[in-house]
Design a protein around this ligand. Structure first.
Ligand code: FAD
Ligand code: SF4
Ligand code: SF4
Length: 425
């Protein structure tokens, strides 16, 4: 990757003047489409040019999202807490993603799987890869927590005669893939989605690790956990934990690409099945089966799974109300003892299970909506999808007080809708 590390506070990472990205729109998550011959489809497919979530939902599900959890989690027909009891080596969680994709190849249901393995000699540098054997898929287990231009493999897919494809990827990649789907000449497409938020370029990942870990070079696995801390596992098996509140955001505010700060699909809502972790208790994986193809995928994996309870505890509403105020007037970083207390209270009283997922998704929707308004105001109508305003509606009074602006641009006076019809059925 030739894009360098972040360029300093308040500058935007991954702009079109970066060498490899010349000619791309201002917002770009480097999904790979523009590195392929399908670049010609960019204007119609790129989520940052024109967010097509609503149209793609109509095509996949025949409807929009219902009020309630669908506004945050996307449309789903079943939800589970599950895991593979003995995780395969190298898996990020219990290995459901790579086990499922490997099964598709074993059963002959697909000719290839687009996955992301590590660049040889690195742990985390992403290398998009068209796997043709189950072993190759299994070897790609584990997060490479950086932007990975996976859609650049679409030419290889076409040129190698792959007609039945499984795709593993993040929400932005899945949006572009769905929007281009009809042009790809595939007979069958299985889309396995992973949730994704606040992704970074590889150089910025290294910067992030150097700022939060006592030994960044020995980190072999890390994850933002539901207990409000990052767990970093080291080569010697030791797990280092860093509370979210202790992450030096002042030194990191420029590492997040403007595209990721303008992203509204954390739970990967246009996939056939989403496999993550954030809606369930620690140690389990969160499964959202979305389409009929998603059901087929889930049935393939089911015999290998054990199931846990879907739980929810706590109440996110007050905390998110305070978060809106903090967005408008960011407080100074508290001293270390206060941070320890906050981390303790977050663990003790913070939202758990599904309520945790709701809270983190809402926070990202709010933060990203504000980011678009502050930095890319002209893009709002094209890049912010309908469900954002409906999902955040409970916070409209707090938002309007904090920002002196209506949350929903279709509302010209508090409570009076001008152009948008609220769908609550
Ligand atoms: C940047 C990033 C942020 C994430 N944030 C969250 C989150 O906040 N909440 C949550 O619930 N889940 C999140 N996930 C997903 C989660 O960490 C696991 O990847 C997921 O639960 C699958 O675990 P597994 O053990 O089944 O995967 P495995 O069987 O280990 O397979 C992992 C799969 O991830 C794919 N992959 C790895 N890196 C990338 C990448 N950079 N781009 C595209 N695909 C990749 C590989 O192709 C591989 O197939 C995130 C993933 C990434 C890459
Ligand atoms: S996000 Fe993808 S489709 Fe959009 S400009 Fe970047 S590479 Fe092209
Ligand atoms: S945060 Fe959003 S835009 Fe960025 S890589 Fe993840 S899904 Fe794509």
């Amino acid at each position: 990757m030739d894009e360098g590390p972040s360029k300093g506070l308040y500058e935007i990472t991954l702009l079109s003047q970066d060498t490899r990205l010349k000619g791309r729109p201002k917002l770009c998550s480097d999904c790979g489409l523009c590195d392929s011959s399908y670049r010609r489809l960019m204007a119609q497919t790129c989520v940052f040019v024109n967010n097509k979530t609503e149209a793609i939902e109509q095509r996949l599900f025949g409807r929009r999202r219902k009020a309630g959890d669908e506004l945050l989690f996307g449309i789903y027909r079943a939800m589970y807490a599950a895991r593979i009891p003995k995780p395969p080596p190298g898996a990020q969680w219990s290995g459901m993603v790579t086990t499922l994709a490997a099964r598709l190849l074993e059963r002959g249901a697909v000719d290839g799987v687009i996955t992301t393995r590590a660049v040889p000699g690195t742990r985390f540098a992403p290398q998009p890869f068209l796997a043709r054997t189950p072993e190759e898929v299994r070897a790609s287990a584990g997060n490479k927590p950086c932007l990975s231009p996976t859609l650049n493999l679409l030419d290889e897919v076409r040129n190698s005669g792959v007609k039945r494809l499984a795709f593993i990827g993040t929400g932005c990649q899945v949006h572009m893939l769905r929007a281009a789907e009809a042009e790809l000449g595939l007979e069958r497409l299985y889309v396995i989605g992973i949730p994704c938020s606040d992704n970074v370029t590889y150089p910025d990942l290294q910067l992030f690790l150097s700022l939060i870990s006592k030994s960044p070079d020995t980190v072999v696995h890390y994850e933002f956990m539901q207990d409000f801390s990052v767990w970093l596992r080291h080569e010697n098996g030791h797990t280092e934990r860093v509370n979210f509140i202790d992450i030096p955001m002042d030194k990191l505010s420029s590492v997040f690409p403007s595209a990721c700060l303008s992203c509204f699909d954390y739970p990967n809502t246009l996939a056939d099945i989403t496999l993550g972790y954030m809606g369930v208790e620690l140690g389990w994986q969160w499964v959202l089966v979305r389409t009929a193809i998603g059901e087929e995928l889930f049935d393939l994996l089911k015999p290998e799974l054990e199931f846990g309870p879907l739980t929810e505890r706590g109440n996110r509403r007050n905390g998110i109300g305070r978060y809106v105020e903090m967005l408008a007037r960011p407080p100074a970083r508290p001293p270390v003892l206060i941070r320890k207390l906050i981390a303790f209270l977050q663990r003790r009283r913070g939202p758990k299970g599904l309520e945790f997922a709701r809270s983190v998704i809402e926070m990202k929707l709010l933060r990203n909506l504000q980011y678009v308004r502050d930095r890319f105001a002209k893009h709002e109508a094209r890049v912010v999808p309908y469900h954002v305003y409906e999902a955040l509606e409970p916070y409209a009074p707090a938002y309007e007080q904090a920002f002196e602006q209506n949350l929903d641009p279709a509302t010209d006076e508090v409570g009076r809708l001008k152009g948008r019809t609220l769908h609550v059925g």
